[in-house]
Design a protein around this ligand. Structure first.
Ligand SMILES: Cc1cc2nc3c(=O)[nH]c(=O)nc-3n(C[C@H](O)[C@H](O)[C@H](O)COP(=O)(O)OP(=O)(O)OC[C@H]3O[C@@H](n4cnc5c(N)ncnc54)[C@H](O)[C@@H]3O)c2cc1C
Length: 260
């Protein structure tokens, strides 16, 4: 089974994220980067399928040079090869443009299954995986917490509000991951050493026969990026007894907070 994992490098969720001076992007200096957590689930699932059914796992990323670090980590976890699409024009693209590029690359590769994260934790559009499936005209099953593949079929359990749903589709198909699908492995020291010899193909849009115009114009524009207002500190209520404290709390909720 030939599996392609759509993997995005994202800022670490424990980094301090602050808007940059332009007001529409984030400061990228001094930010630790990681594999987008939902894409780690995607990679882990791909590795498990390959390890039981055979085949290859290819990591596909659109990103800057630095994104090769995330691909290298994925190779150390066990993927067979990586492809990085690195082109200055990509920096002006939003999710649909990125999805068009990814689908153009996938069309050139043998593929039975594509696994994407449900969302990237930085831009959070929740759309790239679904859009790739649409551009490839293949079935898409989202929010998968369990999958079984047999011959040319995939059967998935996905989450819905208050329950689960089981869905079956023909391969090739694309699935997106949900928390609970698996517990991603850490790269072993042996994996890190092996990864140094595994190939990462770096390609530009021209190498793919694409240009920014053929991908289409950007239809949305970021106007501003703001952090939520800082939370005010907590307040202790004084009182000589629990009854006095409760009475003071009720007074404050009524007179100051005006919520009762
Ligand atoms: C170098 C670079 C610079 C960018 N600069 C800007 C900018 O200035 N302004 C702007 O609006 N947008 C910019 N973008 C686009 C933006 O950062 C996102 O890549 C795009 O909007 C996808 O949306 P998302 O992250 O919300 O993905 P989601 O739709 O939330 O992601 C869902 C899943 O799709 C896959 N996926 C998403 N992105 C990628 C990727 N790049 N490579 C491989 N798989 C992927 C992952 O599996 C992910 O879990 C830039 C992108 C790149 C690569």
């Amino acid at each position: 089974m030939n599996i392609i994992v759509l993997l995005k490098q994202a800022p670490s969720t424990d980094s301090l994220i602050e808007p940059a001076a332009d007001g529409v992007s984030i400061k990228t200096t001094d930010i630790k980067t990681i594999i987008n957590p939902y894409d780690e689930f995607a990679l882990e699932e791909a590795l498990r399928i390959r390890d039981t059914k055979g085949g290859t796992v290819t990591i596909l990323t659109v990103g800057e040079q630095k994104a090769s670090e995330a691909i290298r980590t994925g190779l150390a976890m066990g993927a067979d090869k990586g492809i990085l699409i690195q082109d200055p024009a990509c920096s002006k693209m939003t999710g649909l443009g990125i999805a068009k590029i990814l689908s153009a690359v996938i069309k050139t590769l043998p593929h039975d299954l594509i696994i994407a994260g449900q969302r990237a934790v930085d831009d959070e559009n929740w759309l790239v995986g679904v859009a790739v499936a649409e551009y490839l005209q293949i079935p898409c099953i989202s929010l998968v917490i369990h999958q079984e593949t047999e011959e040319n079929m995939i059967r998935c359990t996905r989450t819905i509000d208050g329950g689960t749903m089981t869905i079956e589709a023909r391969l090739p198909a694309l699935i997106t991951t949900q928390r609970g699908l698996n517990e991603p492995r850490y790269a072993s020291l042996q994996g890190v050493m092996k990864a140094k010899k595994k190939p990462i193909d770096v390609k530009t849009l021209a190498d793919l026969g694409l240009d920014a115009e053929s991908i289409g114009t950007v239809k949305i524009q970021t106007l501003s990026l703001k952090q939520p207002p800082q939370r005010k500190g907590g307040r202790f209520i004084d009182g000589s007894s629990p009854q006095a404290k409760a009475a003071e709390l009720v007074r404050l909720l009524h007179e100051e907070a005006r919520v009762i």
